[in-house]
Design a protein around this ligand. Structure first.
Ligand code: CP3
Length: 435
């Protein structure tokens, strides 16, 4: 049975709370059944004030404390949990024989675009590992297609965008009206959600039933823009930064809503940011409506920016995206790599959870953030190649650094890499479950 979101089963693992979308529908043409009288101004109000963000958190709190709550969602909201929840970035990937068996018959994009297969890969990884959350199998770059940029994955090279975006004219030509074409991801989430809805799990040491959290995801404006502009992966982001620096700045040096409202569509970067926020909001909304409990926003490469550049060129659009998603009633995890110097600014987006890589010490960082946000991370993924006692020690150190505070989600500092022994991943999960 496909789970329908309704007042009795809205997004969020709580699935029993009042409809958090009752006043909000940013997706024309995707009306929720209960939302036919949506206030067209609600979106603007929902993304503007800290007060409203706080109210959103209160709504989420109701969601996560429902009878069917999950420890993963509770941890996202800094609520107490019986043990630290755990999942892994790239938990369904090439290190796993079950994934490779599917890959033998299907390309990466075929898997992403076929809801049955994407759901199967998602479910298999989550069950095989016994983790607390399943992340929908998809790729960061999928939204490029309906926006009008073709790409492919080249063997051993990664993504290649055929005509990289370099001009304001190209940015103006990007489409924002075809995001519905991405609904195959939402269909996959519906399948995953309905599969796990009837399977609350218990553990010998943690006997209260717990529902697996379902994570949807999208790229952050900067990281997605970097692929569109560079045409693939990059070392120095020269083309991206050139486009960024060509953008006008207002008197306080901040590019964003203010500048855009005065001079909409003047430069490539501003147009691109605006369009990405529009498309990614709708895309994330499809995933929330389909049953995603949490959305992770991947800003994997934002660590390439200085704090000043992050503040001036990335903070505003990212904040708008994150607030838009939160206004739909789900917590947002905001993740990047090599972000130590950016974390205070990244927190200003209002995200619920910050993902840390392994170079960032949890203990000091969390204290400096006044424990005001949840933390996800941060074992070095390459530690999984170490002997058992080393892994055990490093996992214990991550847990000790988090100090048992509410709001820690155990994860790696970045994705599991090909060649990682599955047994090492399982060992980490066992260790987490012993606490
Ligand atoms: O289990 C999961 O984590 C879900 C699967 C997932 C994929 N991509 C599938 C995938 C997720 C969460 C992503 C997100 C993604 N895609 C990111 C952000 C995550 C991060 O690592 O920071 C990025 C940067 C991309 C873009 C992308 N996709 C690149 C650069 C590559 C090639 C690099 C590589 O590892 O080969 C991909 C390919 C890709 N996407 C793979 C998988 C499992 C591996 C290739 C394959 O199976 O053929």
């Amino acid at each position: 049975m496909i789970k329908q979101n309704s007042p009795a089963s809205p997004p969020g693992t709580g699935r029993t709370q009042a409809d958090p979308l009752a006043e909000f529908n940013p997706f024309p043409g995707h009306e929720r059944l209960v939302n036919s009288s949506a206030d067209p101004e609600a979106r603007n109000r929902a993304v503007t004030t800290v007060d409203q963000a706080a109210r959103g958190v209160a709504d989420q709190t109701v969601a996560a404390t429902g009878a069917n709550g999950s420890r993963f969602v509770r941890a996202c909201l800094r609520q107490p949990v019986d043990r630290t929840p755990v999942w892994f970035l790239r938990q369904a990937g090439r290190y796993m024989p079950e994934y490779m068996a599917v890959r033998k018959h299907h390309s990466l994009l075929d898997i992403c675009r076929t809801p049955d297969i994407a759901a199967e890969v998602t479910i298999t990884a989550a069950e095989r590992l016994g983790v607390d959350a399943a992340i929908i199998f998809a790729d960061l770059l999928l939204p490029l297609t309906p926006m009008g940029l073709d790409f492919e994955f080249l063997v051993n090279e990664g993504p290649r965008i055929h005509t990289p975006l370099r001009t304001a004219e190209q940015a103006r030509n990007l489409r924002t009206d075809r995001t519905a074409e991405l609904s195959y991801v939402a269909r996959g989430i519906e399948k995953v959600s309905s599969y796990f809805a009837d399977r609350p799990r218990t553990e010998a040491r943690h006997p209260s039933p717990d529902t697996l959290g379902i994570i949807g995801f999208c790229g952050a404006p900067f990281t997605l823009a970097s692929y569109m502009i560079e045409g693939g992966s990059s070392r120095n982001y020269i083309e991206t930064k050139k486009l960024m620096y060509d953008s006008p700045r207002n008197s306080s040096g901040v590019v964003g809503a203010d500048v855009l409202s005065q001079a909409p569509g003047v430069d490539a970067w501003s147009i691109l940011m605006e369009k990405l926020v529009t498309v990614l909001t709708e895309y994330a909304g499809q995933q929330v409506q389909a049953g995603a409990d949490v959305i992770q926003v991947f800003d994997s490469w934002v660590g390439a920016l200085s704090p000043s550049d992050y503040r001036d060129y990335a903070l505003a659009p990212t904040t708008r995206l994150i607030r838009n998603i939160q206004a739909m009633g789900v917590p947002v995890i905001y993740f990047g790599v090599e972000t130590s110097s950016l974390l205070p600014l990244m927190r200003q987006t209002g995200c619920d959870v910050l993902g840390l890589d392994w170079r960032t010490p949890i203990e000091r960082t969390w204290r400096e953030l006044d424990y005001g946000v949840s933390i996800q991370g941060n074992l070095d993924p390459i530690t999984l190649f170490a002997p058992e006692p080393v892994i055990e020690l490093r996992v214990a150190e991550v847990l000790a650094a988090a100090g048992g505070r509410p709001g820690h989600i155990f994860n790696l500092g970045h994705g599991i890499v090909p060649g990682t022994p599955v047994e090492s991943v399982l060992q980490v999960v066992r260790q987490l479950k012993q606490f």
